[in-house]
Design a protein around this ligand. Structure first.
Ligand code: UDP
Length: 415
C-alpha cells in the first residue's frame, strides 16, 4: 500500500453563511449519491506547494459528506524527484532533452509505486500531477481514474509532452485549470475547473493587522515602512529574480520600501528550490531591505500558516510575478485577505485577477514596479481593488465550489 497521509473530517455546514445558499444546496444535493463511495487521491508530497495544500482541505470536506476519501503519496525518492522537477519544468515550456536514462528512472520508480498500489481498492482514483501520473501504465484496469494536472500547459516542451500524452490518455478524465491549457491529444477527455482555498484554516482566518505586524516585527521587518511580499517556493517560474528587479525600480520612487521573499523549503518533490534560492541570494546582495525566508528554522516555534497569514495581512502589496502558473493559491489567499495582488499575466493567474478590477496583471519587472509604486502611493485604490478581490474569491475560489465540481465529475464518471 502507498503511504497514507492522515486527514481530518470537515463538515460543509461550517461554510454556511460564507458561500451562497445556492452552492451550499448544490453540494448537499450532490452529496446524497456518494455516501460510502471510496475515493483514493494520490500525489507526491504531503506538504509544501499548492497540491498538498488543496488535498489537506479537500479530503476532509469529502469525508465530511460521507465519502470514504483517503490521501496517499507515492514513496519519496531523491533522484526521481530531481527528474520529475525537470519534467515539470519541461511541461511548463523549458528546453529539455529528456535523456533516455531519465525516462528509465522515471518508469522504474513509477513501477515500484504501482506495485504498492496493485492491491488497493477504490471506486474512483484521482491522481495529481505528472509525478504519479505514469502509474496508469501499470494499472490500466484502475477505473474510473481521473488525472488532475495543476501545471501551466500553455506551451509544453514537445519531447516531454510526447512521453506523457499516452499516459494521460489512459485516464477516463483529465482536469486542467484553464481552457488555454487544453491539448489536442487529450481534448475529448479534458474538463476544466480551477483549484480553491480553505477559508477556515489558520492561514486564511482573519488575523488582526496589529498582531500580523507584531509577528513581522519579530521577524526583523520594520512595520513603519511599506512592505511588498511574494509568498512562493523558490522556483524559476515564480520569477523571484524579476521580483527583485521590480523592487529595485520601485525603491527609486519609494526609498523606504521593503521586500520579503517567502518560500520555506517544505516540499520534498522540489529539490531545485535550494539552487534557485542561492541565485536569489546572490541577486539580492547589496540591495538593502530585502528579507529572504527559506529555512523553516527562521520562524522558530511560529506555525507556518500563521507566518504566511501575517505576511499576507501585514504587507501593503502582494506580488506573484510568475512567468508560468497553473493557478496561484498564494494569489487567492492574499485576495481573500482583501489585498491588491500584482500577478504575472500568465496561465491560471489570468482567471484569478481581472486587470484593474481586483488587482493588476503585469508582464515585466518594469510594469510590476509601476504598479507597486501606484498602489503604495494610493492606499484608497489598494483598498478598492482588495475589496473586489475578496468578493471574487468568495464567489469563485472557495473549497465548497471545488468540492461541487469534483462531485459533478464523479457523478459523470460513475454513470
Ligand atoms: N506557502 C507556504 N509557505 C511558504 C511559501 C508558500 O505555506 O513559505 C504556501 C502558500 O501559502 C500556498 C502554497 O504554498 O498555499 C503555494 O501554492 P501555489 O499554488 O501558489 O504555488 P505552487 O507551489 O503550487 O506552485
Amino acid at each position: 500500500m502507498l503511504p497514507l497521509v492522515k486527514t481530518q473530517i470537515k463538515k460543509i455546514k461550517e461554510y454556511k453563511g460564507i458561500i451562497s445558499d445556492k452552492l451550499f444546496g448544490e453540494v448537499e444535493r450532490l452529496s446524497k449519491s456518494f455516501k460510502g463511495l471510496k475515493v483514493n487521491l494520490v500525489n507526491s508530497t504531503p506538504r509544501g506547494g499548492g497540491v498538498a495544500e488543496i488535498l489537506k482541505s479537500l479530503v476532509p470536506l469529502m469525508k465530511g459528506i460521507g465519502i470514504k476519501a483517503e490521501w496517499y503519496t507515492i514513496p519519496p525518492r531523491e533522484d526521481f524527484f530531481k527528474i520529475t522537477k525537470e519534467i515539470h519544468n519541461a511541461l511548463q515550456g523549458k528546453k529539455y532533452a529528456f535523456p533516455f536514462w531519465h525516462r528509465v528512472r522515471y518508469l522504474q520508480h513509477i513501477e515500484r509505486s504501482a506495485f504498492l498500489m496493485k492491491d488497493m481498492k477504490a471506486d474512483i482514483w484521482v491522481i495529481h500531477d505528472l509525478q504519479p501520473a505514469g502509474v496508469i501504465l501499470y494499472l490500466p484496469h484502475f477505473h474510473p481514474s481521473i488525472c488532475r494536472l495543476h501545471i501551466d500547459l500553455t506551451s509544453p516542451n514537445q519531447e516531454a509532452w510526447n512521453f506523457f500524452a499516452s499516459s494521460f490518455g489512459m485516464y477516463d478524465r483529465i482536469i486542467l485549470t484553464s481552457k488555454e491549457f487544453i491539448k489536442k491529444e487529450i481534448k475529448e477527455k479534458t474538463i476544466t475547473f480551477p483549484p480553491a482555498i480553505n477559508s477556515l484554516m489558520e492561514k486564511n482566518k482573519p488575523l488582526e493587522l496589529k498582531r500580523a505586524k507584531m509577528i513581522l516585527e519579530n521577524l526583523g521587518i520594520n512595520t513603519g515602512n511599506p512592505l511588498i511580499s511574494q509568498i512562493s517556493r523558490f522556483d524559476p517560474w515564480k520569477d523571484p529574480l524579476g521580483v527583485i528587479e521590480a523592487f529595485r525600480l520601485a525603491k527609486k520612487k519609494i526609498p523606504n520600501l521593503q521586500l520579503a521573499l517567502v518560500g520555506l523549503f517544505l516540499a520534498r518533490d522540489d529539490p531545485e528550490a535550494m539552487k534557485i534560492f542561492k541565485e536569489v541570494e546572490r541577486k539580492a546582495k547589496g540591495t538593502p531591505d530585502i528579507f529572504l525566508f527559506s529555512n523553516p528554522d527562521q520562524i522558530g516555534s511560529l506555525k507556518v500558516d500563521v507566518f504566511v497569514n501575517a505576511f499576507q495581512v501585514g504587507s501593503n502589496v502582494i506580488l506573484q510575478k510568475s512567468i508560468r502558473e497553473g493557478f496561484g493559491l498564494s494569489v487567492t489567499e492574499a485576495m481573500w485577505k482583501g489585498k491588491a495582488v500584482i500577478g504575472g499575466n500568465v496561465g491560471g493567474i489570468k482567471l484569478q485577477i481581472e486587470n484593474g478590477k481586483n488587482g493588476f496583471l503585469v508582464s515585466s519587472p518594469k510594469e510590476a514596479a509601476k504598479r507597486i509604486t501606484q498602489l503604495i502611493k494610493n492606499p484608497e485604490l489598494s483598498q478598492k481593488l482588495g475589496e473586489a478581490a475578496h468578493q471574487t474569491v468568495k464567489e469563485k475560489f472557495l473549497m465548497p465550489r471545488l468540492l461541487r465540481d469534483y462531485l459533478k465529475l464523479f457523478k459523470e464518471v460513475l454513470s
